[in-house]
Ligand binder design. Structure first.
Ligand SMILES: *Cc1c(COP(=O)(O)O)cnc(C)c1O
Ligand code: SF4
Length: 460
């Protein structure tokens, strides 16, 4: 193949010769001064970005800079907020400490020491990820890089997939990207994964995640996934791959050196009878509004995979029903199935992006109201909390008490799921741990059992 065709919105095709195929070019913390578009940004804002990115990860590629960000509406542009650090993403005392060191032009090791210290104050591992979900193998050895929290689904974090084509400023996995070894979850061993899956007949779903596994070379993905077509893995019916490449580097599916092999691999898995789901992370309809993104979606769908979409609702980026309604309707049109609307997790730059649960619910409701049933398949807003995934079903009044109606969509004990429970309404609450049981009850129905589970793990 020496040329690729790109379909524009009207459906008309145009052809790009391969000698001008886009090359992946990325900017990180050291490169702010080399991004031409930032020349127009005031120097204080540039300094603020350097301060914030000394603590939180920063990485953005040229495709995002040139095709997604609307530089005429910076700093409010949602795609700019998605990728470029802002001062208020850090709590003021943390910001100030780092700003002081940078103003003094302190030596590198001093800056790094402070950065590591400050990161620990940003709840780097939310929802008990490290302690509670790592499974043990036949011999009782901890399998790092695996999480097995819900009966049916195993998460795998391949080592080569522990980065992304760009970083989201709100990333809940940010701690994995900043180099603190003990915050990492990556695995080294596909063989260990395969052995574990072989031993787990109840597991039906493998979810490959990161970072972004689509940063991996196709041959690494093939080594991981092809063996799952063997009969001994017949119980693994679904392979999900979490990715933001449709936003950050759709060229991965269109024009990278091993794009065709990747599409072929996905087709082979589908042909072998697996349900393959691309769990595409989207935050704004504009991410889908480029010719190469449309092309990537089209090529992926031709392989027989399903594309499902998920992403958090965030202040500064998408806390508007119209943005979600437009995004979900574009997705339905493109053959993508809306799956989850998440609540921003309690980590990293959370205080900048979080919105009250009550508001998240009204964004959700006012978005789905605008759509037909096919646009209403996303569940949400959902908090992925330590006991399970809790959906805010709505705000209502029961015998004169204003309450949140909640339920688990997934839970550590499968029996907790889909049982309605109620919390006192609170206008400001942004997360499960800020909610109190309604009707004067002392604790939520699952709390005692959940606490016992925590103690059991800790005494291991
Ligand atoms: C969301 C999630 C899953 C998958 O849950 P589904 O309801 O099947 O989408 C699996 N493991 C973890 C840790 C999760 O957070
Ligand atoms: S794509 Fe996902 S893992 Fe990567 S930076 Fe964004 S939120 Fe984090």
């Amino acid at each position: 193949m020496n040329q690729i065709s790109v379909i524009d919105e009207s459906g008309a095709g145009s052809v790009i010769p391969t000698n001008i195929l886009p090359q992946f070019k990325v900017y990180t913390q050291k490169d702010f001064d080399r991004i031409p578009q930032l020349k127009a940004v005031p120097s204080e804002a540039l300094f603020e970005m350097k301060v914030v990115s000394s603590i939180l990860p920063f990485r953005v590629n040229q495709y995002v800079i040139e095709n997604l960000i609307d530089w005429s509406s910076v700093p409010d542009d949602p795609l700019y907020q998605l990728t470029f650090p802002q001062r208020d993403m850090l709590p003021p005392q943390l910001y100030q400490q780092m700003a002081t060191l940078l103003e003094q032009k302190a030596p590198r090791d001093q800056i790094q020491a402070l950065a590591s210290k400050l990161r620990t104050q940003l709840n780097p591992q939310p929802s008990g990820q490290l302690e509670m979900n790592v499974p043990l193998d036949r011999n009782g050895k901890r399998l790092n890089g695996l999480q097995h929290k819900y009966r049916e689904t195993v998460l795998f974090f391949p080592t080569q997939g522990q980065t992304c084509h760009s970083y989201c400023t709100f990333c809940f996995r940010w701690a994995q990207f900043v180099g603190d070894e003990d915050l990492r979850m990556a695995s080294t061993d596909t063989v260990e994964l395969h052995n574990y899956l072989e031993d787990q007949p109840d597991v039906t779903d493998l979810l490959v995640t990161g970072g972004d596994p689509m940063v991996m070379k196709t041959r690494h993905l093939a080594a991981l996934l092809k063996p799952l077509t063997e009969p001994k893995f017949a119980h693994i019916r679904t392979i999900r791959i979490g990715t933001k490449a449709l936003t950050f580097w759709p060229q991965r599916f269109v024009s990278d050196i091993d794009s065709q092999e990747l599409l072929d691999l996905l087709s082979q898995l589908v042909d072998a009878g697996k349900h393959v789901a691309i769990m595409a992370h989207f935050n704004h309809w504009r991410e889908m509004d480029t010719p190469v993104s449309r092309q990537a979606i089209e090529l992926l769908r031709q392989t027989g995979v399903e594309i499902r979409s998920q992403g958090p609702v965030l202040g500064h980026i998408n806390d508007s029903p119209d943005v979600w309604a437009k995004m979900w309707s574009m997705q339905v049109k493109a053959g993508i199935i809306p799956y989850y609307m998440f609540v921003e997790r309690d980590t990293g730059a959370r205080q900048y992006f979080e919105i009250p649960l009550a508001k998240a619910w009204s964004v959700y409701r006012d978005a789905v109201k605008q759509l037909s049933g096919l646009g209403r398949t996303a569940r949400g807003p959902v908090m992925s909390a330590s006991p399970g995934k809790v959906e805010v079903q709505g705000v209502t009044e029961i015998r004169g008490e204003k309450v949140f109606a909640l339920r688990f969509l997934q839970s550590r004990n499968p029996d907790w799921s889909y049982r309605p429970f109620f919390a006192q309404y609170c206008e400001k609450a942004t997360w499960l741990n800020q909610l109190k049981p309604a009707f004067g009850e002392k604790e939520f129905f699952f709390e005692r059992e959940y606490n016992e589970m925590q103690h059991a793990r800790q005494s291991h």
